[in-house]
Design a protein around this ligand. Structure first.
Ligand code: PEP
Length: 248
């Protein structure tokens, strides 16, 4: 039995629609899982999905959040608004947001603060790219991402999670090996002890993401410091995603 209850999160990215929502809701309401499950659909579906799944074990979350609370910021959605429509967690700093929308550790810091103030759980995505991986810079990159986005955050009484997602593993079909994930997660745990304290760090779940599927999920989850998974492509097939959740 793991110290922290496992969490498996689906990141639908810019995919899905009414058909996927209906299939997912039907599939989830049919089953009982031993793990906590989260789904992050595109913003516009959050309210409906949260209503459909209100009394289930499934949490609905967002893939992003504004760093602003209100005002003249066209196209933005605040943490408080997300909370109002039933959102329970926000992915922050996904590598696609960092690469395509130029988010950085400083903007992640602000978004984490807003999310915590609204009482939502931030899931902070971190990870190195292929070149950094080959140059042996993984821990250096993670150190900066963790320290620059988390130092000074008030997490007392709040839930937060980290998702380690090596960029080279995302959507590539090449997941990191369970042993290498374990080593990196142990490093992340030690840094969390430094940033906060050991007691707080023990409550922070560290998820792995990057080409997770039903064939590699069990081995990844068997690693002592792997507290769950963040699943992209495989979460778009409700049966496949359910099979992954059932392994946790
Ligand atoms: C992701 O982008 O968060 C992700 C984990 O994607 P995939 O599972 O498709 O690699």
């Amino acid at each position: 039995m793991k110290e922290r209850p496992p969490l498996v999160v689906a990141n639908w990215k810019l995919n899905g629609g009414t058909d996927l929502i209906c299939a997912s809701v039907a599939s989830f309401l049919r089953q009982n899982f031993r793990v906590q499950i989260g789904i992050a659909p595109p913003y516009v579906y959050i309210g409906n999905m949260a209503n459909f799944l209100r009394n289930s074990q499934i949490m609905i979350g967002s893939q992003n959040v504004s760093k602003f609370e209100s005002g003249a910021f066209t196209g933005e959605t605040s943490a408080q608004m997300l909370k109002e429509v039933g959102c329970e967690f926000c992915l922050i700093g996904h590598s696609e947001r960092r690469q395509v929308f130029l988010e950085n550790n400083a903007s992640c810091h602000t978004k984490i603060s807003s999310t915590l103030s609204a009482g939502l759980m931030p899931i902070i995505c971190i990870g190195e790219n292929a070149q950094q991986h080959e140059l042996g810079l993984t821990k250096h990159i993670l150190y900066r991402q963790l320290h620059e986005s988390l130092l000074g955050q008030n997490i007392k009484g709040q839930q937060i999670a980290i998702a380690y997602e090596p960029i080279w593993a995302i959507g590539s079909g090449k997941a990191a090996t369970p042993e290498s994930v374990q080593e990196v997660h142990e490093y992340i745990f030690n840094e969390l002890c430094t940033i906060f304290d050991e007691e707080s760090a023990k409550n922070i779940r560290i998820l792995y993401g990057g080409s997770v599927n039903k064939n590699n999920a069990a081995q990844l989850l068997a690693m002592p410091n792997v507290d769950g998974l963040l699943v992209g492509g495989a979460s778009l097939d409700p049966e496949h995603f359910s099979e992954i959740c059932a392994l946790a």
